[in-house]
Design a binder for this molecule. Sequence first.
Ligand code: SER
Length: 585
Amino acid sequence: MKAKDLKKKYLEFFKKKGHSIIDSAPLIPEHDPTVLFTTAGMHPLVPFLMGQSHTLGTKLANVQKCMRTGDIEEVGDTTHNTFFEMLGNWSFGDYFKEEAIEFSFEFLTKVLKLPISHLAVTCFKGDKDAPKDEVSANKWRELGVAAERIAFLGKKDNWWGPAGETGPCGPDTEMFYWTGKGKPPQKFDSGDSKWVEIWNDVFMEYDKTKGGKFVPLKQKNVDTGLGVERVTAVLQGLDDIYLTELFWPIIKKVEELTGKKYNKEKKVMRIIADHIRAAVFILGDERGVVPSNLDQGYILRRFIRRVVRHFRSLGADVNKNKFTVILAELIIKIYEGEYRLLKEKKKFILSELEKEEGKFVLTLEKGLRKFNQMCSDKKIDSKEAFLLFQSYGFPIEMTQELAAEKKVKVDVKGFEKEYQKHQELSRVGAEKRFKGGLGDASVETTKLHTATHLLGEALRRVLKEDIRQRGSNITAERLRYDFNFDRKLTAEELEKVEKEVNKVIEKGIEVKREEMLLKEALESGARGEFGAKYPKKVSVYSIGNYSKEICMGPHVANTSELGHFKIKKEQSSSAGVRRIKAILE
Ligand code: SER
């Protein structure tokens, strides 16, 4: 059975069992700034697991785009991915353990027709937080699973969640399928990798609190997850997900482009196939980002650069081809029928890959030569790691990976310090060059600088659209902002402005910097300072869709760093110009 049919059959099955089918949420979470990516189907559904009612009822199912960057080291084996699709069904205080297990069993044995002789399960063995899960084990026995095929394990294996530090979680029961050759052993050994985990039914009956307590939830929920790639392989009698139609065209192309054989280069080719797919889905997400040194953008950058490096390690001439673009086109072809957005964003996806690959290729050869020289004393110190990052575009993780291959140590902690120091230096540098109106380049002034942009926009929204900055001065303690307005602001107006700024701060909006020609910047709607003289090429800072200004920075990366905004004073500055002094506390 093909992956497409598996997904279809799954949704059909749960629809028949009374579930509403929902769309995949974006890969980049909309409401949870504490994680970079959606890691499971339950993640966007946390409010409903906590008791909020869902407009589509108490039973849902879907196919969710997921990413687990924590598994990046595992990629290269037969079953792990960073990006993957998860099938899931949920009960919000509706059915619980017995019915959930019946659904899973029926789907596996009747719809997918997997023989029970090849199935095994694990259940929670119990500890101080929750009792042994006899209910699940009994249900499995009743359905015909032999006692030797039921293992009881602890929290490490049979407990799921919370997705973050706190939230819904509980014991789970996991289903395994024998992928080895010949008859499966009678006794189940969950440590034997030929038993592949295919489905996880989580019984979310606890809320883990900040204090680390497990408090029973008012509503008992079911959250299940089944990995599309793994089950597809199982259904096709394969013990390697990369041999399925989801990856095989990519692997074939890599063979063709490098002249190497998959059989001899499995690990590297799997990494390439996994990472290019992940990169395409990040770029092609509803909330897609571009490569950068920040958050999701940095993960994306690492994926792309690792793919390029591995093409080179397979002997390909990275100057000759845009390998990521060639592979991305294949990925889009595989998925565009199901993910329309990939098709719509195709041009953007390919051009971003091309840019990023091009940028990296420029420095890769020289960087590798430099790296090899650095290795002569069997260690890479912080300054060297930073040079590789700064001048040759080597993500620190790549330097670590290269070094590990040569058994060379890298001072990663020192690198982090060096990185921070440099951030400060470049801020000071930027300030000196462009006189951005900043007293110094400390963290405080950086925050106040971002607050200045928010204030300008808030004034426009509260007072009138044509408010312009007439002057700005920032010290470590306060910002001072002058603007065109011909009367004193009322107390209510000041309160409104304050509220408006704090609202944006609380939203935790990303602050983005782009470089462009002045002309382009103005055309794109970026604001300039009244009467300012700008160089031909400028940097533009955007705070989400809220504000966009031509500015030399520096700025914080996210508005959530600002704390609470407070106006201390409003007064006249000169004729038709008012002045506000404000602080962050
Ligand atoms: N949340 C559980 C998991 O990720 C079930 O989907 O395994």
